[in-house]
Design a protein around this ligand. Sequence first.
Ligand SMILES: Nc1ncnc2c1ncn2[C@@H]1O[C@H](COP(=O)(O)OP(=O)(O)O)[C@@H](O)[C@H]1O
Ligand SMILES: [Mg+2]
Length: 612
Amino acid sequence: MKQVKWLWNQMKGYRARYVFSVVVLMIPIIMQLQNPIISQMIVDQVILKIPEYKGDMQELIDRLIRLLAWMVSLMVIRTIVWRFGIVSIERCGQRFLYDFKKKMFHKLQNLDRGFYKRNETGDLMTRLTSDAEMGKHGIVALLRGFMECFTLYIATTVYMFSKDVTLTLGLMVFTPIIFVVTFRFSKTARPYYMRLREKLSRMNSNAQENIEANRVIKAFAREDYEKRKFRERNEDFRQANIKASFVWLRFYPAIEGFSQALPIVVLVMGGIFLMNGRITAGTFLAFNSLCWTLAAPMRNMGMLVNDTQRFMASIDKLIELDAAEPTVSNKEGELVETDKLEGRIEFRDVSVKLEHTDVLEHVTFTIQPGETVALMGPTGSGKTTMINCINRFIDVTGGAVLIDDIDVRDYDLDVLRKNIGIANQDVFLFSDTINRNIAFGNSTLPSNQIERVARLARADFIWRMQNSFDTMIGERGTGLSGGQKQRLALARAIAINPSILILDDTTSAVDMNTESEIRDNLLEMSGNATKILIAQRYFSAMKADRIFILDHGHIIETGTHKELLRQGGYYQEIYLLQRGVSSLEEDEADRRSLSDDATDATARRTEVRANG
Ligand SMILES: Nc1ncnc2c1ncn2[C@@H]1O[C@H](COP(=O)(O)OP(=O)(O)O)[C@@H](O)[C@H]1O
Ligand SMILES: [Mg+2]
């Protein structure tokens, strides 16, 4: 029962309270026997005694009142104890939900790309919501339910044995049969509930993806297709639910039938014993009304086992999430103590294998602090992978990445990442104000600094917005253009005043004029940040100190703009293509016919030509 053990481990800090609550809740269960017992006493000691007390009934009436008073006060006590126990156990359940969600949220912060690739958001949300609720249900209702069945059953049989052994044994004949049926049921039901859980998570994932992708769906007019897809998932879930319920229904008649047999046994066996004078009328009555306290646990067992299967399927998912570990984490042992990095980056024979393909192979280079390097290459050549090794989004599989001559794996991850400002290829913005999006990595940044970085990133559009920096942006930045989002991401990266600034194709959606301004701003940026700019256009790369060309995971060219043009490789090819000329000579002639400050106009013309 690893599931129970896991739950118990989660309940650190309130285990004693929990055990106490469960025990307290057994008291009202045992007290349920009071009514049949007191009724039996009333029959035997009052009603049957009436013929003996001819005339003077006062003593009998007093006895009756005493017994009834007992009955009522015990009922009141029972209700109070029950209420106290329920509140107490419910608190434990809520505490579990709170602690578990908190712990899992922390965990989700630390898990990395590999994990999120394997697990869909909808499934994770299912774990955090309905699976966690199931865990709480286990704590509050399931264990208690089993304990109640057990306690009620034991208390009843003990009382019954004290009255008449044979009759009790006659009733207990049915117990083993019911246990066998229940056990069979639990084995059969388990796979159904696991399937049910899968269907629920698939349906949730579908809904979640659909909501996120609503713009794409509308653009392609795929609403009907999506509706159909969701209907299918919903139907799958419904069918799984029906199937799971039918398993229970298959076993229900057997369990119910055997429980119903108990009153018959009491009527037949008890009736004969009563006529023989072996038992009193009160005892007969008590057995008759206690039948249900034997039958109820049997019947409830079936339902509890049913619930338990659901519970197990959910808890397995919780355990899995709890056990997930990030592939990238702080190493064991001493970490390098430092706050501010200088920014020297060295790749020493770095290789990266992702899912059996070599994405980077034996890459070696050094970038000095303050240097600006442009990284170019065809899509899929490994550019993003390369920069992902610097801030340890992934770890290299061969060689080492060093910053300031220390392996990145020796730094505290937080320190490392706080020193690296990064603007990713696919920009993610939070549904929050522009202010807070820019200051995301440094929430104490004063507003004049926020404005400064916004200006550096040429995010002038902010000043034209209605609420300027206090403008709320929609989820993932809806309401902003691609270029605007990129400039906010850039401002956010600069705002942490990083030692290393990495821009992954950050100006691809920005017009050429703005791009050249951003480029110049970055080059003149105060501070001595090392910059790596991934670019598609020669135009963004040409002013860098050095340009690296990456192809199929190898660096095939390095040098300045001029050097690479002369080399006549990939860079020259890109350059000529983007200039719209066939050779460097033609380009030279083309240039001479234009004045120097018309460069941007040429570039714009080229852009038009390139786009047809
Ligand atoms: N998580 C991953 N698992 C497997 N392959 C990956 C993963 N990420 C990237 N790749 C592969 O690695 C190669 C390089 O990808 P990437 O570094 O994103 O290229 P670039 O940024 O140059 O376009 C691609 O072929 C891509 O399919
Ligand atoms: Mg990329």
